[in-house]
Design a protein around this ligand. Structure first.
Ligand SMILES: Cc1cc2nc3c(=O)[nH]c(=O)nc-3n(C[C@H](O)[C@H](O)[C@H](O)COP(=O)(O)OP(=O)(O)OC[C@H]3O[C@@H](n4cnc5c(N)ncnc54)[C@H](O)[C@@H]3O)c2cc1C
Length: 645
């Protein structure tokens, strides 16, 4: 085995999908920037390429690895400076019993596309006896096979990519779809022109789809490219990424929670997601801090400033954020108890027009299981929205100290994530990315694109991770169906048209694309009555709308976001919990819930203390007045009876 690979070690033994794994490494566009990664023989023994980074201490060899030069920082971080590196591909035959050092790749050039195609050839030319079972057939099928698929009603999708003899699109799409259930992909050559005519195919490559119910038709995509075909097929209803086995849920009660699916449009941004995210951020995530002081307070104040000025949501939420901003800006204190912030956020004077829902309703961020997606998804959406608003409405930041600063949102986000985000590990990853290149952002548009690029890098790192929702696979975003013009192919490799991506992002994360469907009716009496009742019962805030069983950290942890406490030791949600479990966490959370119902109106503890102070002060005043007049009246009496005195 040549050169260990962390991915192999991490994933080895978790089912045989290694063909797909190397395909993921080399297939999609992100391989272009990473190139020189050591690969060794996979556990199932597929043909495996080891694109090794090997030191060549002496003369500079032919065919320098361009991706290494581009990613110099990464290379020099892992290898001593001054050493020379070269990309070499070694191939290991599946199930080989002989000791082998691999076969050297000797293609016409060292372009990524050539390497990829050579790998496909090696895979396809595998001798039948030792064919890796996880690898699908890559040879073209015949017209008769296609006709029998049409008659078979197999209950799953069957896609056939028609292409010319030298094309690799079909095989690439087949490999792209390996990790997906409920779909089979084959390829056919364009030799039988009469058959193609019957199917209505006038040009190749084209994709023909046979539906589970037996109906069939030509797939319509904006461009006949691999990424478009793959993306279309992955987005078909019931086509899901094969799920990784998750530990069993320990609690029967929790198991009985059902996800009620809300239909939504992926091309839209939902107010409900942004508001639910804000609610979680202000009432749960922040509650892990008993008080805010110093750098923490500054971070929070800056965050509130940015969001108060740029949040494009509904007026009552904007007004609440504005009030919070003004209150924080005018507070002459170096330390603020979290309760005071919560009091303001929980403001229930509907007449004042401030309101932030206390219910969690995920729409575009809903997961196919309760523990998936939710808050982190909404946080991404919130920050993308803010970068876009800063770029399209720069005047909003005038007078805040952030005007003219292209990194205003990014730096604020960076500090928020580092200081408050429940997932510490995520914060560290984000900080690494920020350190690397955030300083290079010179305009508000670049900030929009910077965040988009980094988010895609996170997506790429987390693809196939336990926290990935099979219904929402982590893929380069926006997908071709959302933005066809954002995608192009250069030298056979997928690439982005960044100008178009910027246009798309500005439209997608704009106020005009924000829809209120599923959002909580603002300030409806029911909302407050329900909240008041729950508090009267002493059961605190429950974003899921259910009564809390007991008042501990667990109970304030919204089940919708963090899910049941399973042994998801590596999952994001577990990491999100860690900060809430900090020693002061439960105490603080208890305090956070201290909103006292009084006369049926939700008075906060701050209101109550002010009332007491006023009451005592007015009683004292009345007593002083009483004694004053008593003394004066005594004097008058004395004067009356002894006028000579
Ligand atoms: C700053 C930050 C860092 C994180 N780091 C980690 C980490 O290190 N490890 C970890 O396990 N989890 C991390 N997470 C969580 C992880 O990124 C996801 O948020 C989580 O797994 C939920 O994924 P999702 O499927 O909802 O999609 P998300 O990645 O949360 O995306 C939410 C939505 O944003 C849109 N979107 C997707 N990509 C882009 C893009 N490139 N540009 C603009 N919009 C896009 C899509 O509509 C998508 O549905 C991080 C979250 C944040 C906010």
């Amino acid at each position: 085995m040549r050169g260990g690979h962390s991915l192999l070690r991490r994933r080895g033994g978790r089912g045989c999908s290694c063909c797909w794994r190397w395909w993921r490494q080399w297939g999609p566009r992100r391989a272009a920037g990473r190139g020189c990664t050591a690969w060794a023989r996979t556990p199932c023994g597929c043909w495996t390429a080891a694109a090794c980074v090997r030191p060549r201490a002496t003369a500079q060899p032919r065919g320098w690895c361009s991706s290494i030069r581009r990613g110099a920082a990464t290379a020099s971080a892992t290898h001593p400076p001054g050493e020379r590196w070269r990309r070499t591909c070694e191939y290991f035959r599946a199930f080989t019993k002989e000791f082998t050092t691999g076969e050297n790749f000797k293609g016409p050039d060292r372009e990524l596309r050539t390497v990829r195609q050579t790998m496909i050839d090696f895979l396809q030319n595998h001798t039948e006896g030792s064919r890796p079972p996880a690898c699908p057939p890559l040879d073209p099928i015949q017209s008769s096979d296609i006709l029998s698929f049409m008659d078979s009603h197999s209950g799953q999708y069957h896609a056939v990519v028609f292409e010319s003899n030298g094309s690799y699109v079909g095989r690439e799409v087949i490999l792209d779809l390996i990790p997906y259930d409920n779909i089979m992909v084959s390829r056919a050559l364009d030799t039988d022109k009469a058959f193609l005519g019957t199917l209505g195919i006038s040009s190749v490559p084209s994709c023909y789809l046979i539906y589970p119910n037996g109906s069939h038709g030509l797939v319509n995509v904006a461009k006949p490219l691999r990424s478009f075909f793959s993306s279309y097929l992955k987005s078909l209803p019931d086509v899901r990424k094969k799920s990784l086995s998750l530990p069993e849920k320990p609690n029967k009660e929790e198991n009985s929670e059902v996800v009620i699916w809300k239909e939504f449009d992926r091309a839209k941004l939902y107010t409900a997601d942004l508001e639910s995210g804000l609610h979680y951020l202000l009432r749960v995530e922040l509650a892990a801090h008993r008080s805010l002081a110093g750098a923490q307070l500054k971070t929070f104040k800056d965050f509130v400033t940015v969001i108060a000025k740029l949040f494009p949501g509904r007026p009552p939420v904007k007004k609440l954020l504005e009030t919070l901003h003004e209150w924080l800006a005018n507070l002459p204190l170096d330390k603020i108890p979290y309760n005071a912030i919560l009091d303001l956020v929980n403001n229930k004077m509907q007449i004042s027009g401030l309101f932030l829902t206390s219910h969690i309703t995920w729409v575009g961020c809903q997961g196919s299981r309760l523990e998936l997606r939710g808050y982190p998804c909404s946080l991404w959406k919130l920050f993308h929205t803010l970068t876009v608003q800063a770029s399209t409405h720069p005047e909003a930041l005038v007078g805040t100290g952030f005007e003219g600063d292209p990194q205003a949102v990014l730096q604020t986000m960076r500090r928020y994530i580092r200081t408050f985000f429940g997932c510490k590990e995520c914060g560290e990853h984000f900080e690494e990315m920020a350190k690397e290149s955030m300083d290079s952002v010179k305009t508000a548009d670049q900030a929009v694109l910077w965040l988009w690029r980094k988010h895609n890098m996170v997506n790429s790192r987390l693809a196939g991770h336990l926290s990935e929702d099979p219904k929402f696979p982590k893929v380069p975003w926006p997908t071709p169906d959302l933005c066809p013009v954002c995608h192009e192919e250069i030298k056979g490799l997928d690439s982005w048209d960044e100008e178009q991506v910027l246009v798309f992002l500005k439209q997608h994360y704009s106020r005009d694309n924000l829809v209120d469907t599923y959002s909580v009716d603002q300030g409806s009496p029911g909302e407050w009555e329900g909240m008041g009742r729950r508090q009267e019962e002493g059961k605190g805030l429950n974003p899921s709308g259910k009564a809390w069983g007991h008042q501990d950290t667990e109970s304030l942890r919204p089940a919708h976001i963090l899910g049941p406490r399973t042994d998801l030791s590596k999952s994001l949600h577990h990491r999100l919990d860690l900060r809430l479990q900090s020693p002061q966490g439960p105490q603080t959370l208890e305090e956070a819930k201290a909103v006292v119902p009084f006369l049926g109106v939700g008075f906060s503890s701050l209101d109550m203390s002010l009332c007491v102070v006023l009451y005592v002060a007015s009683s004292l005043f009345l007593m002083i007045m009483y004694f004053f007049f008593r003394v004066r009246s005594k004097r008058w009496k004395v004067r009356l009876y002894h006028p000579a005195v």
